[in-house]
Write a protein that binds this ligand. Structure first.
Ligand SMILES: NC(=O)c1ccc[n+]([C@@H]2O[C@H](COP(=O)([O-])OP(=O)(O)OC[C@H]3O[C@@H](n4cnc5c(N)ncnc54)[C@H](O)[C@@H]3O)[C@@H](O)[C@H]2O)c1
Ligand SMILES: O=c1ccn([C@@H]2O[C@H](COP(=O)(O)OP(=O)(O)O[C@H]3O[C@H](CO)[C@@H](O)[C@H](O)[C@H]3O)[C@@H](O)[C@H]2O)c(=O)[nH]1
Length: 467
């Protein structure tokens, strides 16, 4: 079966870049990305590609090439479903904030709405692809909805699981050159035919030996497992960072030493102020919840520790600022360099900066933030969402600066929360001269030049480095 029309429901951080790359690599396939959020779709259609709703290096060029040719962004969900042979579901699956499983389970309401809409609109057979990250066995619920709420005129649906492994900030490179593409489907002949149709799409640019096919459950569970393993590495090195600080060891040296063991490998061993992003915490909590529902308490506790360690890492970074600044930051200006959860993205979901700022605001600090890509409204929305204080108090306590030197002017301390490259290129002498003395730097990403900063006169604290 040759796919000619693809629809993707959800024009977010995954749907947008993923479909843009499919469209660029497959000029013979029409790709329509739809969303109920009209502002987001308008931004995807903005003639000025610097205004796209997602910032990713290289994305603007891919969109500029394919948009209007075979890549379309629209709010007409029904039309796109009707015209497509293959429909990707790339909607959000956040942690539930209510009812059973609150604070742990994945909220599947958006996925269910998608499935119901597909069932209502479809007039012919469709391949439905789970692109969102979902709990293992969700495909059976989707199949049930599709088979039982549809037009009832013999339309057949095949469900595939095709989790996305891109990381933000490197999304385009990851999509162009993925370590692997994973496709799970039914073992029936129809299931295998559907799998092949999706393999054929990716095979336009991904070597076939890197396209892995499995049963649906393995595919769904592999996504949660991959994120759990990755996050576990970060929590493991962060746990060692605290021990390094107490013992005089240097976590970067430890990471290098263990990373040269080919069984461990060098990647994902960078100690930090704590991992953020929309996926790690949500997916591990979901994994913990699934394990608990099967009565696997030891499995659940094992993975929950990754989150506990991460929360501790964020908190101890804030605590260290307070204790180093003579046990009070009340009325003191603390400059934040970075708000995004990692460099090269405007995404702030679960960013460590939010929680560190919240802790410092509780201590009555005045926080001033500079981030090259995150807008002020986003930062305030992040803080308001925590419900710790009123929106007005958040705006009084946190100032957003368009210029990094302005953010640091008159500050008692600087905290580096995101590893943006530009922070390394600043005139640190100029920054020092305009700060209160002693001038402290708390480098939560370990990116600045310690010797240079110390020579200038800064009191420099780096995560994971003891005296
Ligand atoms: N962000 C990542 O880096 C990443 C990577 C891999 C996997 N994932 C997974 O991909 C999924 C999507 O993540 P995201 O970061 O793109 O989320 P997102 O919030 O950026 O985008 C989801 C979009 O879906 C839209 N939507 C929701 N319900 C809809 C409906 N019924 N009809 C039409 N549009 C609808 C929303 O308006 C939103 O624009 C999640 O399951 C996530 O876990 C994310
Ligand atoms: O050595 C490291 C590596 C990462 N991080 C932090 O961990 C978080 C997550 O980083 P990263 O994994 O690079 O970004 P994400 O976009 O969250 O990507 C993860 O989550 C996606 C969503 O599921 C998956 O698709 C990706 O494979 C997976 O890497 C960020 O706050 C990083 O700063 C560290 O602190 N130290």
């Amino acid at each position: 079966m040759k796919i000619k029309n693809i629809c993707c429901i959800g024009a977010g951080y995954v749907g947008g870049p993923t479909m843009a790359v499919i469209a660029q690599k497959c000029p013979h396939i029409n790709v329509t990305v739809v969303d109920i959020n009209a502002d987001r779709i308008a931004a995807w259609n903005d003639e000025d590609v610097s205004k796209l709703p997602v910032y990713e290096p290289g994305l603007d060029a891919v969109v500029a090439e394919a948009r209007g040719r075979n890549l379309f962004f629209s709010t007409d969900v029904d039309k796109a479903i009707d015209e497509a042979e293959m429909i990707f579901m790339s909607v959000n699956t956040p942690t539930k904030t209510y009812g059973k499983g609150k604070g742990m389970a994945a909220d599947l309401k958006y996925i269910e709405l998608c499935a119901r809409q597909i069932a209502r609109v479809a007039k012919d057979d469709k391949i439905v692809v789970e692109k969102s990250t979902l709990p293992v066995r969700t495909a059976s619920a989707i199949k049930n909805i599709l088979d039982n709420t549809g037009n009832g005129n013999g339309i057949k649906f095949q469900i595939l699981s095709n989790p996305e492994f891109l990381a933000e900030g490197t999304a385009i490179a990851d999509l162009m050159n993925p370590d692997r593409v994973l496709i799970g489907g039914d073992t029936t002949p129809e299931g295998q035919e559907a799998i092949q149709a999706l393999v054929d799409v990716y095979a336009n640019w991904v070597p076939e030996e890197q396209i892995l096919t499995t049963n649906v459950w393995s595919s769904e569970l592999s996504k949660l497992t991959a994120n759990a393993f990755l996050a576990q590495r970060v929590s493991s090195i962060n746990a060692m960072s605290e021990l390094c600080e107490k013992t005089g060891a240097d976590v970067n040296e430890v990471a290098k030493a263990i990373g040269m063991d080919s069984r461990i490998g060098p990647k994902f061993l960078k100690a930090s102020v704590g991992f953020g992003g929309s996926c790690f915490q949500k997916d591990i909590l979901n994994l913990v919840y699934i394990a608990k529902t099967y009565g696997l308490d030891e499995v659940a506790d094992y993975w929950e520790q990754v989150i506990i360690m991460n929360d501790h890492q964020k908190r101890r970074f804030a605590d260290n600022i307070v204790s180093t600044l003579y046990n009070t930051v009340s009325g003191k200006k603390i400059a934040f360099l970075g708000w995004a959860f990692k460099k090269d993205t405007n995404d702030t979901r679960e960013s460590a900066a939010i929680y560190v700022a919240d802790d410092l605001l509780n201590e009555q600090a005045k926080v001033s933030v500079y981030d090259p890509k995150v807008v002020a409204e986003r930062m305030y929305a992040d803080l308001d969402y925590l419900n710790t204080r009123t929106a007005e108090e958040n705006r009084e306590g946190l100032e957003v600066c368009k210029d990094s030197y302005q953010a640091c002017e008159g500050a008692h301390a600087i905290a580096v929360l995101t590893e943006w490259d530009e922070f390394k290129t600043y005139d640190w002498k100029k920054i020092y001269d305009q700060m209160q003395k002693p001038a402290f730097v708390f480098d939560g990403r370990g990116i600045l030049d310690k010797e240079q900063l110390k020579e200038i006169g800064f009191v420099y604290y780096k995560i994971g480095e003891g005296e």
